[in-house]
Design a binder for this molecule. Structure first.
Ligand code: PFF
Length: 447
């Protein structure tokens, strides 16, 4: 069977950007930045994106197109049956685990769309009531599981249709919509009274807040946000035709992702400060502050639908990429049909997510996992450890073991900036692995 390919370059870039841009940008980035001192964190984050994100993004796309395979198959093709294949498996497992809790939050966005449409949000005029409403919402185990199920079903619906007619088609419709909605919200946010204090919190660094933990979080966040370290970009790269330029595409994807993270900060923090709320309130941040902002404004209900619609779209295009990694593995390595893989593995991921959905109600306060709830544990395990470790080994595998000489031709052949290739080769061999290792070592010594 010939491998399916993306229909166009734009389609590929939007699908990959759709994978990168997600809850990580709009829901997670603002609260992680808020909890870690704002602008100082943003600075370290952007640094991680430039020195680690870009080279590893290129590396994953190169591996994907070179092998035309899922992450496990890619490592098998490059290294035969050796220990290196473990990195591929680690990636597939990581995709499975991330989607299990990601889908729970994706479900919250569906719940909030329903609430906004039904007018249930207009009474949440201050942060206190909005906070209580959110607490009540996540305290209901049945609702949590039902919305988690709906989100997984939406991902499954798209992934079953395949790469071109499913993932690419939907990304091409949804991503431009996301940009427009975000711009509308920023204009609204910065024009609010007191909103500028939020902009300055987000853009003026206070380095005293920059702990070792904050640096590790920035590292983890950059991998998570760019969908790196688990082979999502290997998988998307495997559907990329030979004529597309990887360097250029990678730049677009990283730029778009970083732009949306910054724009999301610019949309959220002015609102946080205008509502006189502390910026470090954790996972509930956007669910507390945004409804309160909208309840106080004309046509607020419409804006609320727009915002949570935006969050849902962002989550959906990322969710499908997570599912695609696992489905591509089952198809390539196990010979399963797409439909069979989506139904069985999607079902298994749903089941795995149930304890995460229950972490806010039935299992609340149950912190047997290193002092964390199941949800927080899976989140920290994957984002802060599995992804950076995966990224480290991807860089080492390509830069040291497989050899760049065999893959450098995958990079834009007619690029006029030859030194860009060399810069990438140097970074992927030395800078990226060393930096990830350094952050881990400092982190362990610091404990
Ligand atoms: N990049 C997505 C986000 O920022 O929400 C999350 C994600 C998708 C992580 C795909 C990893 C991945 F492979």
């Amino acid at each position: 069977m010939t491998r399916e390919h993306w229909g166009s370059k734009l389609g590929f870039v939007l699908a990959a950007a759709g994978s990168a841009i997600g809850l990580g940008n709009i829901w997670k980035f603002p609260y992680v930045a808020g909890a870690n001192g704002g602008a100082a964190f943003v600075l370290v984050y952007v640094l991680c994106v430039i020195v680690l994100g870009v080279p590893i993004m290129i590396a994953e796309l190169v591996i994907g197109r070179h092998t035309e395979s899922d992450p496990v198959g890619a490592f098998k093709l490059m290294f035969g049956r050796s220990g290196w294949v473990v990195i591929g498996y680690l990636g597939v497992v990581c995709g499975f685990l991330i989607l299990s809790f990601y889908s729970v939050v994706g479900g919250w966005t569906i719940g909030y769309i329903v609430k906004s449409v039904s007018g249930g949000m207009s009474s949440l005029t201050n942060v206190e009531t909005a906070k209580n409403a959110f607490a009540q919402f996540i305290h209901n185990p049945y609702e949590m599981i039902a919305y988690h199920f709906l989100f997984m079903a939406a991902c499954a619906f798209i992934v079953i249709r395949g790469v071109k007619n499913g993932i690419e088609w939907w990304s091409k419709v949804l991503m431009p919509l996301l940009f427009i909605l975000l711009l509308v919200l920023i204009v609204k946010g910065v024009s609010m009274k007191g909103g500028m204090a939020g902009v300055s919190f987000f853009l003026n660094p206070d380095f005293s807040k920059l702990t070792v933990d904050a640096v590790l979080s920035a590292l983890g966040q950059s991998f998570f946000s760019l969908s790196l370290g688990m082979g999502a970009m290997i998988t998307y790269g495997s559907y990329l035709s030979r004529k597309e330029r990887i360097l250029q595409s990678a730049m677009y994807i990283v730029l778009l992702d970083t732009l949306v993270a910054i724009l999301a900060g610019l949309a959220i923090f002015p609102a946080v400060f205008a509502m006189e709320m502390a910026p470090d309130k954790g996972p509930g941040l956007v669910f507390h502050v945004i409804p309160a902002v909208f309840a106080n404004m004309p046509y607020g209900q419409v804006f609320a639908v727009v915002f949570f619609g935006l969050l849902f779209i962002a989550a959906l295009t990322s969710g499908i990429s997570l599912l695609e990694v696992v489905v591509a593995w089952a198809g390539d390595e196990r010979g399963w049909s797409r439909t069979k893989a989506v139904l069985i593995l999607g079902g298994a991921i749903f089941a795995m997510g149930v304890p995460s959905a229950l972490s806010f109600n039935v299992l609340e306060g149950n912190t047997v996992f290193f002092g964390k709830t199941f949800f927080d544990f899976i989140d920290a395990l994957t984002s802060n450890y599995m992804l950076p470790i995966g990224g480290f080994f991807i860089a080492v595998a390509l830069g040291w073991k497989y050899g760049l000489d065999k893959t450098i031709h995958e990079l834009d052949p007619d690029t006029r900036i030859i030194s860009l290739k060399e810069l990438w080769a140097f970074t992927i061999k030395f800078v990226s692995p060393l930096l990830v290792a350094l952050v881990f070592i400092v982190n362990f010594l610091g404990r």
